[in-house]
Design a protein around this ligand. Structure first.
Ligand code: AVJ
Ligand code: FE
Length: 427
């Protein structure tokens, strides 16, 4: 599958270099003000991500793996994401663009020197560093979208993959039934790289359920907006209603009242067949209630994405890779639902790629969870804080990260993620 870890090899060094090129290309066309200023209380300045990527690599590849002292111990605090919430990052003495770029380069030299000295070991720490930078690439794309900054010039060459692709599944309202039975959830170290929150792989018994063949499209969500969806108190939870009222939320983030949306720094007509994105969990939940439905649990989602009823096991790596749709910044935007990737064995389309999908439950550890290699990756977000799980990755997620077992999470009111949803129902 795309997230598979090959035996540690020089492939990893190639991928580190390729990922770095992409990181740098995200900001190369922007001026210092665009890169260094805080555009939104929700997001770090782009330059913070640059320094943070370097600091993470300094810690894990140079210090922990290479056994060298940190290159910049003075910066550890500034770039500690947990110590310094996003809202406060604008006030920190973080590096300016020129210094951050130099820091990235100096750390990378030390990383490569350590590899030259001791090889890659089992490759897991370098894999962690690689995927960390890849995840921050998506965070930076979110910041760029939110600030309505231009995408890198490469995005202008993006393929238009909409041709001929009608949206199957009635705009997301067609549901597929998944029979009752067990499903293996998660991924073990023996299967290659996994994050601690995906482990241990374990069986779950699930009752039969129905789930959207595709995510909900813009056209379908528009009927909710125009049908008074944001005014019907009965469709909203108490918490969601309070949020919606406080912030005067009337439509998905980036939509205008006259039926257009902000995409890649410009206003474009709303594309009816593309999945709705930039909705919060609260909005997704309200939409589902309006349709007498609910959001799928993350286990239902994973079963719909991976489970092959015929063989009573997860589909093979090749089938899962073939079902992976629009990822890797291939189009720098969404495509019509169902247009990219083969169907999962369940018949569901577009499970991985195009848009993250909100799921019903709280983010928590699987039974037997062990934090590794650091508690701040996921454990500190578990439990009652109300983080909801997103699955499936978006067009902005790198293929290596966008696996059907990968768990993303955020607060239910957040809308900066390239996130939509599909609906589900009990049988
Ligand atoms: C998995 C996307 C929620 O951005 O907070 C980046 C990924 N962890 N650096 C985040 C992450 C540490 C994480 N998410
Ligand atoms: Fe990080």
């Amino acid at each position: 599958m795309p997230g598979q870890t090959a035996a540690p090899s020089t492939d990893l060094l190639f991928l580190l270099a390729e990922t770095r090129e992409r990181t740098l290309a995200l900001v190369a066309h922007l001026d210092d003000a665009a890169v260094e200023s805080v555009h939104s209380a929700l997001m770090s300045p782009l330059v913070w991500d640059l320094g943070h990527i370097a600091a993470f690599e300094d810690l894990w590849a140079v210090h922990r793996f290479g056994g060298e002292p940190l290159l910049r111990p003075d910066l550890a605090q500034v770039y500690d994401a947990f110590e310094t919430p996003r809202a406060d990052r604008g006030t920190l003495p973080f590096l300016r663009r020129r210094e951050a770029l130099a820091y990235l380069e100096a750390v990378r030299e030390r990383t490569l020197a350590a590899v030259a000295r001791r090889g890659l070991g089992d490759g897991l720490l370098h894999e962690l560093v690689l995927r960390h930078e890849q995840q921050h690439g998506e965070t930076m794309l979110q910041a760029i979208e939110l600030a309505r900054l231009p995408l890198p010039p490469r995005a202008a060459e993006r393929e238009e993959r909409s041709a001929g692709a009608a949206a199957p599944g009635a705009g997301g309202l067609e549901l597929i039934e998944i029979a009752a039975g067990p499903c293996a959830i998660g991924r073990d170290r023996a299967d290659g790289f996994s994050y601690d929150n995906e482990r241990p792989r374990h069986l779950r018994e699930l009752p039969a359920f129905r789930i959207g063949r595709t995510p909900i499209t813009n056209a379908t969500f528009l009927t909710f907006v125009e049908g008074g969806g944001y005014e019907r108190r009965e469709w909203w939870s108490r918490e969601a209603w309070a949020w919606k009222e406080e912030y005067d939320i009337e439509r998905p983030a980036g939509w205008t009242a006259d039926g257009r949306e902000w995409r890649a720094g410009r206003l474009e007509p709303l594309h009816p067949d593309r999945p709705v994105v930039h909705v919060s969990w609260f909005e997704a939940d309200a939409f589902a209630r309006a349709h007498g439905a609910r959001l799928p649990t993350e286990f239902e989602w994973e079963k719909a994405a991976t489970w092959d009823q015929e063989i009573g096991a997860a589909a093979g790596d090749e089938a899962l890779a073939a079902a992976t749709g629009n990822v890797d910044w291939r189009t720098f935007g969404t495509v019509p639902v169902g247009a990219a990737g083969a169907p999962a064995p369940s018949g569901c389309l577009g499970m991985v790629g195009d848009t993250w999908e909100w799921t019903a439950g709280r983010f928590d550890g699987y039974p037997g969870f062990v934090a590794e290699p650091y508690r701040e990756y996921s454990e500190v977000f578990f439990g009652d804080d109300g983080y909801r799980v997103l699955r499936g990755g978006s067009w902005a997620t790198r293929a290596r990260v966008a696996t059907p077992t990968f768990r993303n999470w955020d607060h239910p009111q957040r809308r900066q993620i390239f996130a939509g949803f599909r609906i589900a129902k009990d049988v």
